[in-house]
Design a protein around this ligand. Structure first.
Ligand code: SF4
Length: 347
């Protein structure tokens, strides 16, 4: 059965694969695969597609990437979220530049030591870029396996079983194509919702389809939809030259090293908020400009927004950013939203 599934998926892939910029039929560029795998962690393929092309235009090789600064890569990453990926990608590129003469490593032992690379990413690079006999388990592949074998439990509880089943699909000759075939099949045919079973080429081998339980696999873990909440107050201060007061966030923790407008340390209760030290020194009155809610993966942030106009002055650990440049700056999305709202309301 597994052999038939493999040959069916490979022929389907030859005709129906997705057109993705980090792929090439004849010559896979390991650097492209390396970059795309960092970008794809926690981000969807359609979002990564255009950003990947922009990235490669800026940094076409590991050598060029390794020589860039953290500020530049963080600035580029704005809007993609999970900024630690950008930092890790740069650290890894520097190691590859120094230790491996800019060649993306082709062994599990070397890849797994690089910052930001875990078991999945190491195997994805080995399999896709170097055609090594591995099977990285991403969400698409896990879902297809769970459905094929009718594994009716939450994926998180059957990791070992999925790993065992995936060993049946490790190809000696066509690992790269087979891995991508599984990924594309999960994205186009065996989709998370409403799998297209009537068009499915491997339907006859699918135990879930036989039992008509495919729509409930993978089984969901019931979890509360309510995320914890954190509160802050953000202050948008603009000077007579139309510049915004900004500063760099600490190098560790949420949005590390990114820019921000002054805001109070985030707290789980509004009553615990303490006015930011820089803001305490500003005597001009602030006008309240509404509230935003921004969803991070593990909590929602609520921020009241305050606005004032002040004279250009030096404030500790802060600098001025031209208003016309803020959308392209290293401000993360949440801060851009705060500035946008403050500006909209003042026009
Ligand atoms: S029959 Fe349906 S559930 Fe089974 S592999 Fe095909 S698309 Fe997925």
């Amino acid at each position: 059965m597994e052999k038939k599934i493999i040959s069916t998926l490979l022929s389907w892939y030859a005709k129906s694969k997705r057109d993705l910029p980090w792929r090439s039929d004849h010559l896979v560029n390991p650097y492209y695969v390396f970059v795309s795998e960092y970008m794809l962690q926690q981000t969807t393929v359609p979002t990564v597609k255009t950003r990947f092309e922009e990235f490669i235009k800026k940094w076409p090789s590991n050598d060029q990437l390794a020589k860039t600064s953290e500020t530049k890569i963080l600035q580029f990453w704005s809007g993609l979220g999970y900024y630690s990926r950008a930092r890790n990608l740069l650290k890894a590129a520097k190691i590859i530049h120094k230790d491996y003469d800019n060649k993306i490593p082709d062994t599990y032992e070397k890849l797994i030591q690089l910052p930001g690379i875990g078991d999945y990413t190491a195997k994805a690079i080995l399999g896709i870029a170097y055609n090594k006999s591995v099977m990285p388990l991403d969400s698409n592949i896990e879902r297809i396996l769970a459905r094929l074998y009718a594994l009716n439990q939450p994926l998180i509880k059957i990791k070992k079983k999925l790993l065992e089943k995936s060993n049946n699909f490790i190809s000696k000759k066509h690992a790269s194509k087979l891995i991508q075939a599984f990924m594309d099949y999960g994205s186009i045919i065996c989709t998370p919702k409403n799998p297209k079973c009537t068009n499915c080429k491997i339907q006859e081998y699918c135990l879930s389809y036989k039992k008509n339980i495919q729509s409930i696999i993978p089984t969901k873990i019931s979890k509360s939809k309510i995320k914890p909440i954190q509160y802050t107050r953000s202050y948008v201060c603009i000077n007579e030259k139309n510049e915004i007061l900004v500063r760099q966030r600490p190098s560790k923790g949420m949005l590390a090293s990114m820019l921000e407008v002054p805001n109070d340390i985030w707290r789980t209760k509004k009553s615990l908020l303490k006015k930011d030290d820089v803001i305490k020194k500003i005597k001009q009155p602030f006008i309240k400009k509404g509230l935003i809610k921004y969803s991070f993966s593990h909590f929602d942030l609520y921020s009241d927004i305050y606005f004032t106009r002040i004279k250009k002055n030096n404030f500790a650990k802060s600098r001025w950013l031209r208003v016309s440049l803020y959308t392209k700056s290293q401000l993360p999305t949440v801060m851009k939203k705060i500035v946008k709202q403050a500006l909209l309301k003042t026009e």
